[in-house]
Design a protein around this ligand. Structure first.
Ligand code: THU
Length: 146
């Protein structure tokens, strides 16, 4: 698909189609979640500027701190394929209501754009969308090191 988002400097708005596609990809990715410790399945999907969607799940570890969240799995897949620009992200929990990205994932995503819209979803119909900037106000970024 083509990257169907509008706007450049300000928060981007995904088309309803793109949003649907991302949420569906995140839900599907959740099926592969490796969660022997928490049993809490999460899926995420990112839409890159190339138009490609990369999806990922959470991957847990016996050393709990080694766990990787679904959002970071999806981003790392995209970045390691050469993607650098992102139009939107969906994250989907096994929960009745939408789940919200953890602090580490907020910081991770901030590296690639404060205006990326994050669609938060769960099992139900309810969704909520916030930008990375809204999720992580006063973010520390590369600009702080100039
Ligand atoms: N988790 C995610 O994958 N993404 C989030 O946004 C929140 C938390 C995972 C990490 C861990 O495998 C499980 O959910 C419980 O914290």
């Amino acid at each position: 698909m083509s990257g169907s988002a509008t706007g450049t400097d300000e928060a981007r708005v995904l088309s309803a189609d793109a949003e649907e596609m991302l949420v569906r990809a995140a839900r599907e990715a959740r099926e592969a979640a490796y969660v022997p410790y928490s049993g809490f399945r999460v899926g995420a999907a990112v839409l890159a500027e190339s138009g490609r969607i990369y999806a990922g799940c959470n991957v847990e570890n016996a050393s709990y701190g080694g766990t990787i969240c679904a959002e970071r799995t999806a981003f790392v897949k995209a970045i390691s394929e050469g993607e650098r620009g992102f139009l939107g992200v969906a994250v989907c929990g096994d929960t009745p209501t939408p789940i919200s990205p953890c602090g580490i994932c907020r910081q991770f995503m901030a590296e690639f754009g404060l205006d990326i819209p994050i669609i938060m979803a769960g099992e139900g119909e309810a969704r909520s969308t916030m930008t990375v900037r809204e999720l992580l106000p006063a973010a520390f970024t590369s600009e702080d090191m100039e």
